[in-house]
Design a binder for this molecule. Sequence first.
Ligand code: A3P
Length: 316
Amino acid sequence: DVPAARDPKEEFGDLVVALPRKEQFLVGRLYRGFWLPEPYAPGILAFRRRFTPRPDDVVLTSYPKCGTTWLKALAFAAMARDAYPPAAADHPLRRLNPHACIPFMEDIFTERREAKLERLPSPRLINTHTPYSLLPETVTTGGGCKVVYICRDPKDMVVSLYHFLRRLQPDLSFADTFDSALDGTVPYGPMWDHILGYWHASVARPDRVLFLKYEDLLQNTGEHVRKLAEFMGRPFSAAEEAAGTVASVVELCSFDKMKNLEVNKTGATEGKYKSMAHDSFFRKGVAGDWVNHVSPEMATRLDEIFRDKFRGTALT
Ligand code: A3P
């Protein structure tokens, strides 16, 4: 019975249609240096203008296809472990896709479901792909709230994106997807600026922004679960360590466990704009699959762009 929020298409539609447009797999609109997916652009602007964080909120952010689903699962399992012990047979992540456990701001604001956010108990976990410079100022300045970011080797991201988008557009070519990564017009691109925004924020405000890499998580998931829990203000106690709670979180969220759950083999996400089959979020779950799609020359081209863009940072 809470009145629906103002329609972001009415509020920001004129602004969006006046923006530079690029016909790619998803239509992109260039706003302040980033190619926002057109259907989400009004919702992202509404999120930016209207979102009011609570001090204990944690915003989970990522470049698409860099481990969002995994990060959502790990953060949810760690944050809610008192209510839902990770080893429990009836844990929500055994019957729900991780995207059903943590709301995606692009969907929430596009679909005017902001009242749902208000009803969530604290501490809230929320999720977006919005670049750092376009996050609500209420998040990034003053007290704001905490932000966790995950990124990945761009070559693996492109491969993952290609397989994901092919579910929507079966005739998509890998060459087109790769070219789009090179010229920065991939959804939410350029990817280098997306990463740099969060990187610089994590250096400037390490207590507020945690920067993670998918490959590091793969290498030592437990260590990163500890880091994540501590950052979120929920460190594991000595008793939990002794009881193997970290290992239970890792196990619950492991690729093989999640991929083989009935819920993740069937059904689709809720978003009205782009409902995706749950199984499309679980493909291979490894680092380095790019070698099966990207030639050494293509890899060098992409790597050189990133090396150049990241020069002077510890990201190189
Ligand atoms: P691949 O396509 O390379 O397999 P996102 O969640 O941001 O959409 O990213 C999807 C990528 O993360 C996919 O990569 C997917 O397989 C991988 N992934 C999903 N769940 C995972 C998990 N629990 N552990 C490791 N990787 C996971």
